[in-house]
Design a binder for this molecule. Structure first.
Ligand SMILES: [Zn+2]
Length: 354
């Protein structure tokens, strides 16, 4: 049995016979599991290292063991009504198979929905992890039929899109790949990890931010580079801390990042016209409640207004995400709930025909 940690939050409101849903959020490092109540409360969760489990079959087996054990602990006749799986990479939603993924050997081209349904014996669904997180934020904000995009800033730039209340994957599983829209053109545009050039991720992903910081110092050789910034492993948080302490170069790099991110959101907003765009991930320069994070957000909003039609820029809400690391599990549980609802409609229709 692989090592895993379990934390339990058991709300007083849990009723006998209440349905719960299992959310499985698979990443290259960890598999996160959670049982979620019908009203979206995370009742119990567990984390296990993905490489120790390995294959989809083994992950699903482990997830169902976790669910059985925790349902037993929750007691009062709580029933598992559905299972949802959130996965990174390019998900082909016709075959429910991953067509591109890094750090998950053995998961490519596997029939994930069939394998999950075989293990679960309850209605099951698979969703891209960015869309799962977006769906969870959408539900938490009670947005109903309105649209939302959740942009995640980190090493890469990801984005989940919920259109009219439903996750939108696109025909090739690539909808919302905002990190790979071009913000610079020409031979001198920075190369992107995808092989192309000038993409948002090359400028506003954490590697791009650090590269621009190094270039800014290189252009002003009279300035000494602070020790914490000269490390190979300098982080955006350290850049934010330096900016907060009055480092003008760090502040300029963060401001420039805000203008790239704002331009990206503006393009997305002009195409999708959502009600809300949220920013999450590790690279929000301190996020809400810090002067640097607040300034970052203010500049993003300004760029969105400056680069879109007034009707879009004036009404679009741009804010920080609120669910953090639990968003993937919660979104996976939401698609499980939808799968259970769809299955009960099918059963009802079948009964009507008899
Ligand atoms: Zn790219």
């Amino acid at each position: 049995m692989s090592q895993h940690t379990v934390s339990i939050t058991r709300p007083k409101t849990l009723q006998a016979g209440q349905p719960v849903y299992l959310g499985i959020d698979v990443g290259g490092t960890n598999v996160k599991l959670g049982l979620v109540s019908d009203d979206g409360q995370l009742l119990t969760q567990s984390t296990a290292p993905t490489p120790a489990l390995g294959t989809p079959e083994r992950v699903f087996e482990h997830a169902m063991e976790f669910a059985a054990e925790q349902l037993n602990l929750l007691g009062c006749g709580v029933t598992l009504n559905g299972v949802g799986l959130a996965v990174p990479g390019v998900l082909d939603t016709s075959a429910m198979a991953l067509r591109e993924v890094v750090n998950l050997p053995g998961w490519l081209d596997q029939p994930l929905l069939r394998l999950l349904a075989d293990a679960a014996h309850v209605p099951a669904m698979v969703v891209n992890d960015a869309n799962a997180a977006a769906l969870a934020e959408h539900s938490r904000r009670g947005l109903g039929n309105h649209s939302l995009a959740l942009m995640t800033l980190g090493t890469g730039i990801g984005c989940g899109v919920v259109v009219g209340g439903h996750p939108h994957s696109g025909d090739h599983g690539c909808a919302g790949e905002l990190g790979h829209i071009a913000v610079r053109f020409g031979e001198d545009a920075l190369p992107c990890t995808c092989g192309s050039r000038g993409h948002l991720e090359s400028y506003a992903g954490s590697g791009g931010v650090i590269a621009r910081l190094r270039a800014a110092y290189a252009s002003q050789p009279q300035l000494a580079v602070p020790e914490c910034l000269s490390s190979q492993n300098v982080t955006p948080r350290e850049i934010a801390e330096q900016a907060a302490a009055g480092n003008a170069i760090c502040q300029a790099v963060i401001d420039e990042t805000a203008s790239y991110v704002g331009a990206g959101i503006g393009m997305l907003a002009q195409v999708v016209d959502p009600a809300v765009v949220l920013l999450g991930g590790a690279m929000t320069f301190g996020g809400p409640g810090t002067p640097t994070g607040t300034r970052f957000m203010k500049l993003i909003r300004q760029t969105v207004r400056d680069t879109t039609l007034a009707q879009v820029g004036k009404h679009l809400i741009v804010d920080f995400a609120s669910l953090g690391n639990d968003a993937g599990i919660l979104g996976a549980a939401l698609v499980a709930k939808q799968a259970a609802a769809d299955a009960s409609i099918q059963i009802a229709n079948h009964s009507d025909r008899l």
